[in-house]
Each structure stands twice: as structure tokens, then as C-alpha cells.
Design a protein around this ligand. Structure first.
Ligand SMILES: Cc1cc2nc3c(=O)[nH]c(=O)nc-3n(C[C@H](O)[C@H](O)[C@H](O)COP(=O)(O)OP(=O)(O)OC[C@H]3O[C@@H](n4cnc5c(N)ncnc54)[C@H](O)[C@@H]3O)c2cc1C
Length: 408
């Protein structure tokens, strides 16, 4: 059997950061880094549309799930120290107008390369195409796949999202087999599905500055930003940020409804439409809302209100007060029944994971199995779009890699 001081399951963002941190702190340690895929860090290449939004300078004030647990790692390794970590390994970054941090090269390849090269050390052995399928705890060590003895283990195998890039849920099974509870997992940051006949005609329409409210059984969930209609539902960051909540409602046997306010900053649309009826008098009816909303969206709202006639013209006399109220309703409260999401296969993140109550937030060591640590998305912590999930993956990886032990 081969012996290692530390075995890390998963060479994604978090596992690579943990390996680099551990090798720096314990130069004498032999570290094994296992990944089931032929290449390490494959998912990093897909992040940020190939640009890798690696952190966000507003991460400390972000509303992460299980924020109070996550705070210890995030405070120890805030976005600035994640950026410093990358600078130390030769990667330079820039911050955009919304606090999102990208590599200066604007290429996710350089983020992965910097991690890969930093992990190419004599004391780190990478075992690619090595799926860890069992970990048996012994007196002072763990037997991995019946082949490797590791004194300590970091489980950094991610959740269930985007399995073609690695995290297929098998690391969650390993956590369970080691006695840990895993909370309900749902796909997060993924497009929403609605009835195709309700959205097909809107396919391709993008609307920004939109306020969304997902009406749940006990509480409503809100988001704001851009949406994009697809042939099966709604995509775009603002919609994707409601996906985990929608999944949880559906799993509780409640059918959530999405309410879209296309013009949240306007409270007197009725007066605006009354003005347009005069300012655009005698123009084609399809122009009624085109000064306020994307044209196709405006036409669809008129169709839904039952007032659209392709050869009609704008005429103040034609529109009754009631008709204008119905149009206003279509703009301020466009309703879509949400039937589901596009699932783990298309989701960026998994919400849910190893129960935080069984992990020490200061060290990320298991409170059940000494010598076992967790980092990254496998833990029940997730955030919104904008670099928040990689920030968690890197911060928790750097902390777990310290292998701090409260009993020492
Ligand atoms: C398309 C896409 C775009 C994204 N864009 C962004 C972005 O721009 N910014 C952002 O902050 N976040 C983004 N995310 C989310 C972010 O990528 C993840 O939250 C982050 O990668 C999680 O890191 P991790 O190391 O915990 O898990 P992963 O990156 O999932 O890595 C886990 C690794 O463990 C390996 N593994 C799993 N099980 C086993 C096993 N049993 N044995 C051996 N190896 C195993 C996997 O092969 C994988 O390499 C995006 C995600 C996707 C899918």
C-alpha cells in the first residue's frame, strides 16, 4: 500500500487550492490528489463563460446559504487574500464595475494553469482518472480504494452539478459512508422551466432591470437583474438565482409562480400608457409599448391582454380604462407557473450538501471523524452568480489545506 500524509478527493478549484496550501505549510508531507477525470480542474475552464469569474470583492456581504458557518473561512480568506494567493502563484486579476474579479488575461485557462503549475510539486502526486469509491477510517489513518493509506483526508469532490465536468455526487456518498449527514440537494443557478406554450413566442427576448418574485408556499423569494426567455422557460442571472428556491418549493409539493415586473422603477405605468396613446397616435399598434420594453415582449403583453390586432393602429378612443389596466398588469405582474428547472446536468452549483452542523467552521474538520476535512461545494454552502461560489471554493480550500486541529 502507498502511504501519504494527506489524501485529497477532488482536484477541482477547492481541492487544488487545498493541495497548494498544504504543500506550502507542510513541505515534508506527501500529498495525494485524486480526481476521477483525466484532467484536473476541468470545471474551472467552463466558469464565467470561459473567463473565470474567480471571486467578488463584495463576497463578505453576500447572502450565502449558511452564511454564519461560511464566515470563518471567508473572513480568514476574504476576496483580497484569494487575489493575493493567485498573485503569489503568478496570476494577475482585475475587478469589473460590479466587484467581479477576472484574470487579467480574461481567460479561464490561465486560472487553471496557474493552479496546475503551482500544484506540480515534488510532494504532490496527482492521480487522474482515479475515482475514489471507498474510504475506510482506521485508528490514525484512512484506507482509500484499498490501495492508499492517507493519514488525513480532505473531501473536495463538489456537489452534483455539471457531472460531465466532474462532480457527480459520488463525493457526497463518500461523506455519507463516513457517517456524515447530507442535506437535501437541489440544482442551483440553472434556468427555470415553464409551460412551453406560455414562453415559446418570447424565445430569445432579453429584458434587463427586471424584478422577479417567486411566490412560495411560506415565503416569497426575490431577485433583480436580467432575464432571457427560452423555448422552455426563463434563463438569465435573475431567473437562475431563483432556481434552488423553486426546486425546494416543488419538492415540498407546492407549485411556485414567478411574478415578473418588467419596469420595477415605474409606479404609474397607466399614466405613461395614456401619454403614449397620444404621442404615438395612428402608429402601428405593435409600437404601443416599444418605447418601454423590447418590441416582441410588448406585442406579447398586448396579445396576452387580448388587445392585439396586427393591422391595428394606436387610437386613444379604442383603449378603455379596463384594457389599460390589463396591459399594466402584464407589465408589472407577468405570471409564469414554474414547473421545474433544467436540472443538475445544466446547473452551475448544488445547493445542499454535507451538513454544516457536523463540521467545525474554524478548521473545516469533521466533528465526527478526526482527520477528515471538507472544502468547497460539497459543503452545504452556496451563493449567487458573480464569483461567490469560486470564492467559497478557494477560501474553504485554503483553510482546509491548513489541516488545523483544535485538539492540538
Ligand atoms: C458552467 C459553470 C460556470 C460557472 N461559473 C462560475 C463563475 O464564473 N464564478 C463562480 O464563482 N462560480 C462559477 N461556477 C461554480 C463553480 O465552478 C463551483 O462552485 C466550483 O467549481 C466548486 O469547486 P469544488 O472544487 O468544490 O468542486 P468541483 O469544481 O466540482 O470539483 C470537484 C472535483 O472532484 C472530482 N471528483 C468528484 N467525485 C470524485 C470521486 N469520487 N473521486 C475522485 N474525484 C472526484 C471531480 O472530477 C472534480 O474535478 C460555475 C459552474 C459551472 C458549471
Amino acid at each position: 500500500m502507498k502511504h501519504f500524509d494527506l489524501g485529497i478527493v477532488g482536484a477541482g478549484a477547492s481541492g487544488l487550492a487545498a493541495a497548494i496550501a498544504a504543500s506550502e505549510k507542510y513541505p515534508g508531507y506527501k500529498i495525494a490528489l485524486f480526481d476521477r477525470l483525466p484532467r484536473v480542474g476541468k470545471k474551472i475552464l467552463a466558469t464565467g463563460n470561459g473567463r473565470c469569474n474567480l471571486t467578488n470583492i463584495n463576497a463578505l456581504s453576500h447572502g450565502y446559504r449558511n452564511k454564519s458557518f461560511a464566515s470563518a473561512a471567508l473572513n480568514k480568506y476574504p476576496p483580497e487574500s484569494v487575489m493575493d494567493f493567485f498573485k503569489r502563484i503568478g496570476l494577475y486579476t482585475f475587478i469589473d464595475g460590479e466587484g467581479r474579479v477576472y484574470p487579467r488575461s480574461n481567460s479561464a485557462n490561465s486560472v487553471l494553469d496557474s493552479l496546475r503549475y503551482a500544484a506540480e510539486k515534488d510532494n504532490i502526486s496527482v492521480f487522474a482518472e482515479t475515482r475514489v469509491s471507498d474510504i475506510i477510517p482506521g485508528e490514525n489513518s484512512f484506507t482509500v480504494n484499498g490501495e492508499y493509506i492517507c493519514d488525513k483526508i480532505i473531501l473536495a469532490g463538489g456537489g452534483k452539478s455539471s457531472p460531465s465536468q466532474g462532480s457527480d455526487g459520488s463525493a457526497l456518498s463518500l461523506a455519507r459512508s463516513l457517517g456524515h449527514r447530507v442535506t437535501q440537494t437541489v440544482p442551483a443557478l440553472v434556468p427555470l422551466n415553464s409551460r412551453p406554450d406560455k414562453v415559446k413566442s418570447l424565445k430569445g427576448i432579453r429584458a434587463s432591470g427586471v424584478a422577479l418574485t417567486l411566490e412560495g408556499e411560506r415565503e416569497d423569494h426575490a431577485s433583480f437583474g436580467e432575464i432571457l426567455f427560452t423555448d422552455t422557460g426563463v434563463s438569465g442571472i435573475a431567473a437562475m438565482e431563483l432556481a434552488a428556491a423553486a426546486e425546494r418549493e416543488l419538492r415540498n409539493a407546492f407549485d411556485p409562480v414567478l411574478h415578473i415586473d418588467f419596469l420595477p422603477e415605474e409606479n404609474n405605468i397607466k399614466a405613461i400608457i395614456s401619454d403614449i396613446l397620444y404621442s404615438r397616435k395612428n402608429q402601428p399598434l405593435e409600437n404601443l409599448l416599444s418605447g418601454l420594453l423590447p418590441k416582441q415582449l410588448g406585442i406579447q403583453i398586448l396579445k396576452n391582454a387580448g388587445v392585439f390586432d396586427p393591422s391595428g393602429v394606436i387610437s386613444p378612443d379604442y383603449f378603455s380604462d379596463n384594457m389599460i389596466d390589463i396591459i399594466v398588469g402584464g407589465i408589472k405582474d407577468f405570471k409564469l407557473e414554474i414547473l421545474g428547472t433544467r436540472g443538475f446536468a445544466n446547473s452551475q452549483v448544488t445547493s445542499g450538501g454535507v451538513d454544516i452542523n457536523e463540521i467545525d467552521p474554524e478548521t473545516l474538520e469533521s466533528l465526527i471523524v478526526p482527520g477528515l476535512y471538507f472544502s468547497g461545494e460539497i459543503i452545504d454552502v452556496d451563493g449567487g452568480c458573480g464569483g461567490f461560489n469560486l470564492q467559497w471554493a478557494f477560501a474553504s480550500g485554503l483553510l482546509a489545506g491548513e489541516l488545523n486541529d483544535k485538539n492540538k
